[in-house]
Design a protein around this ligand. Structure first.
Ligand code: PGA
Length: 248
């Protein structure tokens, strides 16, 4: 069986409905399904339905939302719920991205609650963890990643870990052009895996690496068996470049 690899594109606040649709149409021309290779897209929520529609004939492609509230409805101006995201075509949910944590003040517990709500609704959560530069330089990488993981482990039942995907994204590597070396990444992936199994979870949880991944460094990162794919921002915004990065 081919190794399962997930290539996830996080478009952040880029590509409104028109641009997102043209991206998807072009990407469809450039690529085809490949065994073991999953392509995940996280457009802005307003563009999810259009992208999902263009990709509807591609079982290897999943479209997801970048964020949703942990409650299913209520007085939360400006928020959307997991079920609303699902109704527009989202099948996956990005949770706890460092921009949500650091720019919008999302806490470890909110990340954990969003993960539970996403699982209950039947979507696949892609939960991100990672340390800042100050934390890494202060020798606190392990402590921070374990704290973020503990919040999720405390709330998610062991049997639900079969449907979770994680991403390790060192904050200092996101959008900076500085990526972690394959060794740095593999080390933290191992730490996360060790912690998850120490807490009694018996499945091998896929862990993606993210932070300045591009067509030039993706192969050396994915050579490491500890990595199950990549989560990519900047280098996923152009359909030709993204198709090249994922191997076409
Ligand atoms: P980047 O972003 O690839 O632009 O560094 C990664 C991410 O934020 O998920």
């Amino acid at each position: 069986m081919a190794r399962r690899l997930i290539y996830a594109a996080n478009w952040k606040m880029n590509h409104g409905p028109t641009a997102a649709r043209s991206f998807a149409q072009r990407f469809l021309e450039l690529t085809r399904p490949v065994e073991g290779r999953e392509l995940w897209f996280f457009p802005p929520i307003i563009s999810v339905a259009g992208v999902a529609e263009v990709f509807r004939s591609r079982p290897d492609i999943s479209v997801g939302a970048q964020n949703a509230h942990w409650e299913l409805k209520g007085a939360f101006t400006g928020e959307i719920s997991v079920t609303m995201a699902m109704e527009t075509g989202a099948r996956t949910m990005l949770i706890g991205h460092s921009e949500r944590r650091h720019l919008f003040g999302e806490t470890d517990d909110q990340v954990a609650r969003k993960t539970v709500t996403t699982l209950r609704a039947g979507l696949i959560p892609l939960v991100c963890v990672g340390e800042t530069l100050a934390e890494r330089e202060g020798g606190r990488t392990e402590q921070v990643v374990l704290r973020q993981m503990t919040a999720v482990l405390d709330r998610v039942a062991n049997e639900d870990w079969e449907r979770i995907v994680l991403a390790y994204e060192p904050v200092w590597a996101i959008g900076t052009g500085k990526n972690a070396t394959p060794d740095d990444a593999a080390q933290v992936h191992e730490l996360i895996r060790f912690e998850v199994s120490r807490r009694g979870v018996n499945v091998r949880v896929p862990i993606l690496y993210g932070g300045s991944v591009n067509a030039g460094n993706v192969l050396s990162l994915l050579e490491r068996p500890e990595l199950d794919g990549v989560l990519v921002g900047g280098a996923s915004l152009d359909p030709d470049g993204w198709a090249e990065l994922v191997g076409f």
